[in-house]
Design a protein around this ligand. Sequence first.
Ligand SMILES: [Zn+2]
Length: 311
Amino acid sequence: MSTAYFCFHEHFSHATGDDHPEHALRITAIENALKQSGLWDKLTICESGPAKRSDILRAHSPGYVEQLDMIQPQHGRIYVDEDTPMSPGSLEAAYYSAGAAVEAVDAVLNGQFRNAFVATRPPGHHAEHKRSMGFCFFNNIAVAALRAAEAHHLQRIAILDFDAHQGNGTIDILQNDVRFLLCSTFQHPFYPYSHYESNKYNNLVNGYLSAGAGSRDFRDAVLNCWAEPLRRFAPELIIVSAGFDAHYEDPMAELCLVDEDYRWIAQWISHVTDSRNTPWLALLEGGYDLNALGRSANEFIGVMLEQGHGD
Ligand SMILES: [Zn+2]
């Protein structure tokens, strides 16, 4: 068994502009870090294709998907919300991003790999059932989770989201569907200022972090908030919304995690998944300081490889 890295060149055609934080060099930074550390050569690199419309439509309304087709510009750039630019290649990139998530789900569930990291771009966890938001068009994580539930007939899929921002889109799409347990840690109060509180939904576990929170607060939130619900849920698959923007060097949030925290969370997930041999995959969400993103993803993926090679 080994670890797969799913990627696609088409994300380069999602041209957000030189001054936008969510740009193509984010993926380059991760891949350069993996090459410098020597981990790249240990990964199985999988170039993935676009998602089928039927996979997207499990998570998004047909009218929303048609609307994206209609508004895509022929040249230049439009904004689908105040933060989210769309260029002539953005929709193609969004289909590839969701497609990579779908292929990774199929691969880990078919036993081809122990685990997989997916270089999703554009990211997904802010995209709602009928709305683009926060750099996201299609909710890659919900597309992946619904693929696992409906094409592979899984009954219990856990989603772990440690991005600095709450994954409002994932909750919008999967709220109160007991096939899914949604566990997250995020800065609060903070963007996207949604009001998804744990006690109002029967499948939602929130670990709130105050501005300035660091390693200890993050680790305590995971251990105190996620561990017991996750143990009781006994997931058949874990999908991680892996956002690296809670790092202290990241300009997009006010949390203070360090590189080692991303190694720690990967080790924690490895431990959880070792006990039942649970397949798992991680999808890239945020992470906007190129150096911190590269180092943090390298730490995280290094642990995935250790687990993959340990089997
Ligand atoms: Zn984020």
